[in-house]
Design a protein around this ligand. Structure first.
Ligand code: A2P
Length: 284
């Protein structure tokens, strides 16, 4: 049976656990430390942070303490961070990465992502900016300090700006929640072997009140959150649910003992846009 430790193959030969723990908005140091520790204690082996979240230090300290206590080996925990959108371009990305590595108590990252693309909507030189950023990412990858590189919030036209370069992104992390599957981007990535991750997989909690999802929760004897996470997993997407609530951290991990049938998958696909953030990668 699949579990929190089941991994998917990335296109560079490394692998990634098929469900992760998101840490966006957990800024308070004690809360960041304790919730990551709780996630690890409950079997999560994939932790997602970013420079923008301002918690890289506490998140990584929880991870290293867990490892030093003998509960897991470093290579059993998959750790991601990201370069923020104000630091795009070759030089700035290299500087941002060094800052992240200074902040984090780890020798290497499993995945480093470009958090947002540059876009024609706010940068006349956007294609070049994306290419220069990706050039820095490839250099970071070749240094061996990250096991894989990828992007986040790249739609198909952003991906097109770097797809011909020497190294293909291993991952694209985009917003996905019921009503907001972003199918064009998911299809583009899956066609090219780029693993898709979902941020805000529960629509920051807004998706939980949808009647279709509530009916399915009753039908399967699961919570609405579990139905949504299962829907994402069955779309071959890696969800990164965030919670600081102990029972929810456990609940969100228990999504491997049931399967949604095709009709129910379709009925979630058919939910009109609902609960998504409205953040566009083409807005400044
Ligand atoms: P909290 O952190 O207070 O537990 P997303 O992962 O889509 O960004 O959603 C995160 C939001 O959803 C947070 O506000 C979180 O609240 C809430 N949340 C996470 N898991 C669950 C769950 N299983 N049931 C209800 N709300 C949840």
């Amino acid at each position: 049976m699949e579990s929190l430790t089941t991994r998917k193959q990335l296109n560079n030969g490394t692998s990634i656990p098929m469900l992760g723990y998101g840490t966006y908005k957990i800024k308070d140091p004690a809360e960041a430390y304790n919730s990551v520790k709780l996630a690890l204690d409950n079997g999560y082996r994939h932790i997602d942070t970013a420079a923008f979240y301002e918690n890289e230090k506490d998140v990584s300290t929880a991870i290293t303490d867990f490892i030093n206590a003998g509960h897991a080996k470093r290579d059993e925990i998959f750790v991601t961070s990201k370069v923020w959108k104000t630091e795009l371009g070759y030089d700035k990305t290299l500087v941002a990465f060094e800052r992240t590595m200074k902040e984090m108590t780890l020798d290497y990252l499993d995945l480093y992502l470009v958090h947002w693309p540059s876009s024609s909507a706010f940068d006349d030189d956007w294609v070049n900016t994306n290419r220069q950023t990706w050039k820095a990412m490839m250099e970071i990858y070749k240094s061996g300090r990250v096991k894989a590189i990828g992007v986040s919030n790249f739609l198909t036209h952003h991906l097109d700006t770097i797809i011909d370069m020497e190294i293909m992104p291993a991952v694209n992390q985009i917003e996905i929640n019921p009503g907001f599957l972003q199918k064009d981007t998911v299809d583009y990535c899956q066609d090219k072997g780029i693993i898709v991750e979902a941020w805000s997989p529960l629509g920051r909690g807004k998706s939980l009140s949808h009647p279709v999802l509530q009916e399915l929760a009753a039908k399967y004897g699961k919570s609405v959150a579990q139905i949504i996470l299962r829907w994402e997993i069955q779309h071959d997407v890696i969800p990164l649910p965030k919670s600081v609530t102990p029972e929810r951290i456990v609940e969100n991990s228990q999504v491997f003992d049931f399967e949604l049938d095709e009709d129910d998958m379709q009925s979630i696909d058919d939910i009109p846009p609902y609960g998504n953030s409205g953040h566009s990668p083409d807005a400044p």
